[in-house]
Every structure is written in structure tokens, then in C-alpha cells.
Write a protein that binds this ligand. Structure first.
Ligand code: NAD
Length: 339
């Protein structure tokens, strides 16, 4: 759905990729795309990823995403966000927004004035708050599963993890891994964030380009998408890749490149489902008590994907894609969402 509202200056796209398993939940991103084509490509890729993430996480949600074209620092106004909220409302519940790059819980509160189809609200607004700690907890499960598969033990004690991007998820990952005895190497394009990880978690800071070749057992992409590409994959020293970023691979062939280098890659949409599990609990009001236990189950999910891939002599993305496609197929034809 394309939106252009001359009154508020809103230019936006909402992509509903698939509603087989439930309404399409996905973040509302605000970013100054260089062209409409770039924006459309991004929203389609991201909404596709959300379908796969929801199906792997076992939640009753489909995949969607929305983008507002503009600079969040200068172009974001209440009128613009409310216009976006009305557009979301027009979809009649098929799409549920959440925070994403360029938006925050305060923006979700503004959208909520126009539509109920909003998740990831602050606790004070009736939500469960920031999902990032649960995303980080899910990434830890992915790392543990990969360690079992590759080394026979899930322990992260003494293991070195290189974290690319120490924002909301990355910093929570630093905390959990430090508690579990891991050593950290971090980078961030915003130097103060990397410094905070060094100060609080004793992480070794390297430059954004050095992170790929840093001496680490595990590489955890927690910044932007596409950082695993033909230029960076040959530089990796780590033998496991598991992180939070969406669309980590520049293209599907990169999964093969990782496999051929003997690097165990936990597909991003399997490893980073923890936050979505929290958002699903908020949306369906199933209570916050069970969230952590459900996120920890990602360990079994990841392990099963990795073991099946090993047994079939293929790479994990192939197996994870198949699981999602079978799950969608089992639910039959696309169905309308009941409101
Ligand atoms: P964030 O914006 O809080 O943190 C990202 C960090 O990466 C920032 O500190 C930024 O300065 C840094 N960064 C950006 N480009 C970089 C680069 N090229 N090299 C090094 N650092 C760079 O975002 P977040 O909420 O922590 O999410 C991180 C990633 O995980 C994103 O791709 C997001 O889409 C994905 N993700 C997040 C959640 C969640 O719960 N927040 C859930 C699923 C997926």
C-alpha cells in the first residue's frame, strides 16, 4: 500500500507479505531512502523476512513491514505519524506496526492514537516494553546451539564473540555473554556506543572494518543488514555466525559461501526471533511471564535446524526455509484475518 499525504508530507509504503499464520506484524521504519525503488525493495525484503521469522518462532503472526520515507531527525512530526496511523487503520488489522530503525516507543504511542494495530508499546502504554533484551536472549540460544553442533558443548565460557553493532540488542548481548563467561570484541559506527561496551563489559573495541577479521570464535552481526557479502565472508576468522540483524546475507548465495568456508551460519530469521515472541505475547495478551521460557526454546529450534542440515549435507538456510514453507502450507491457503 502506497501512501502520499500532501497535508502532512507523509510518503510511505506498507508491505503485507503473508497473513497465513496471523496478522502481519513488522516494524515501521523511517529512513531517508535515496529513491522510491530503494524503499520498495527494502520493505519487500523486510516483510518477507518477518513472515519467515514469525513462522520459525512459532507465533501466530504473519509478515509485514512499513516504511516512512524521510529523515527521522528532521521530518518526523505528530501530524505525519498520525497520518501513518490512519493508513495502517485502513488495512483493517492485516498489518500491525512496531518500532524499528528511526522510530521509538513514543512514536508507537502516536500511531496508537489512530489505530489499535500497534505493538511494542511502552509498559506505561499497556505494552511489554523494549523487546531487545529478548532478542539478545534468543541470539544467545542460537550461539549455544551452534556451539553444541560444532564443538559438542553449549558453554560460552572462554569463547570470544565479535559483536558488530552494540546498540539496543548488541549491548544486551554483551551483558548476557559476559555473565556467561565469554570474551567480547565489539565495533560500532558510533564510537561512543563501542566505548560504552568497553567501559561496562570490558570489551575490546575494533574498527567497523576490522571486526570481520578479528580473532573470534563467533561473529554476531547486530547492526545493519547485508554485512555478510562476497567481500567480507573471506575475511571472517570466526567459525560460527549468529546475530540479531535482519537480512544479514547480501544475497542467498552467501549462505553457500559461508558453508563452503566451513562457517556455521544460524539463519538470521531463526536466531533473532526473541523480540517477536515478546511482541506476539503483547499482541495476544498472553502474559509476560512465559516470554523468557518461550525465547529459550529457540535453542531447540536452532539445534534442530543445524542438526538436520548436517544430516542432509546442506546448509541451515535450506532447512529453515523448508520448515517455514511447510508450516505455511499446512495452514492451507491464505486466509483473511478475523478482526
Ligand atoms: P540499534 O539501532 O539500537 O543498534 C544498531 C547499532 O549498530 C547502532 O549502535 C549503530 O550505531 C550500529 N551500526 C550501524 N551500522 C553499523 C556498521 N556498519 N558497523 C558497525 N555498527 C553499526 O538497533 P537494534 O535494535 O540493536 O537492532 C540491531 C539489529 O537487529 C537491526 O538490524 C535490527 O533490525 C535487528 N533486530 C532487532 C530487534 C530488536 O528487538 N531490537 C529484533 C530483531 C532484529
Amino acid at each position: 500500500m502506497f501512501i502520499a499525504d500532501a497535508d502532512t508530507g507523509l510518503r510511505a509504503v506498507i508491505a503485507v507479505h503473508n497473513t497465513t499464520l496471523g496478522p502481519a506484524l513488522g516494524g515501521c521504519r523511517m529512513y531517508p531512502y535515496a529513491s522510491d525503488d530503494d524503499a520498495i525493495r527494502d520493505v519487500l525484503r523486510l516483510s518477507h523476512g518477518m513472515t519467515y521469522k514469525a513462522a520459525m518462532a512459532g507465533v501466530h503472526l504473519g509478515g509485514g513491514k512499513s516504511i516512512i520515507i524521510g529523515d527521522p531527525r528532521s521530518a518526523k512530526t505528530e501530524a505525519l505519524l498520525r497520518s501513518m496511523g490512519r493508513a495502517i487503520r485502513e488495512l483493517g488489522g492485516r498489518y500491525i506496526a512496531g518500532e524499528d530503525m528511526g522510530t521509538d516507543p513514543a512514536d508507537m504511542r502516536v500511531l496508537r492514537r489512530e489505530t489499535v494495530s500497534v505493538s511494542c508499546l511502552d509498559v506505561q502504554d499497556g505494552g511489554y516494553g523494549d523487546p531487545s533484551p529478548m532478542t539478545a536472549l534468543g541470539v544467545v540460544q542460537a550461539i549455544r546451539a551452534a556451539l553444541v553442533e560444532q564443538r559438542g558443548s553449549p558453554s560460552t565460557a572462554g569463547v570470544t564473540v565479535a559483536i558488530q553493532g552494540v546498540g539496543n540488542v548488541g549491548l544486551n548481548l554483551c551483558r548476557l555473554l559476559t555473565e556467561a563467561g565469554a570474551k567480547l570484541v565489539v565495533c560500532d559506527s558510533y564510537a561512543p556506543s563501542a566505548q560504552r561496551a568497553a567501559d561496562v563489559y570490558n570489551a575490546l573495541v575494533v574498527g567497523p572494518e576490522e571486526i570481520y577479521s578479528s580473532a573470534a570464535d563467533i561473529f554476531a552481526p547486530c547492526a545493519v543488514g547485508g554485512t555478510l557479502n562476497p567481500g567480507t565472508i573471506p575475511r571472517l576468522k570466526a567459525t560460527i555466525v549468529a546475530g540479531a540483524a535482519n537480512n544479514q546475507l547480501a544475497d542467498e548465495d552467501c549462505a553457500r559461501r559461508l558453508y563452503e568456508r566451513g562457517i556455521l551460519y544460524v539463519p538470521d530469521f531463526v536466531a533473532n526471533g526473541g523480540g517477536l515472541i515478546a511482541c506476539a505475547a503483547e499482541w495476544y495478551k498472553t502474559g509476560s511471564q512465559k516470554i523468557e521460557a518461550d525465547v529459550r526454546k529457540l535453542y531447540e529450534t536452532c539445534l534442530s535446524v543445524l542438526q538436520t542440515a548436517a544430516a542432509e549435507n546442506t546448509y541451515p538456510v535450506v532447512v529453515a526455509n523448508r520448515i517455514v514453507e511447510q508450516r505455511l502450507h499446512r495452514y492451507g491457503q491464505r486466509r483473511a484475518v478475523t478482526l
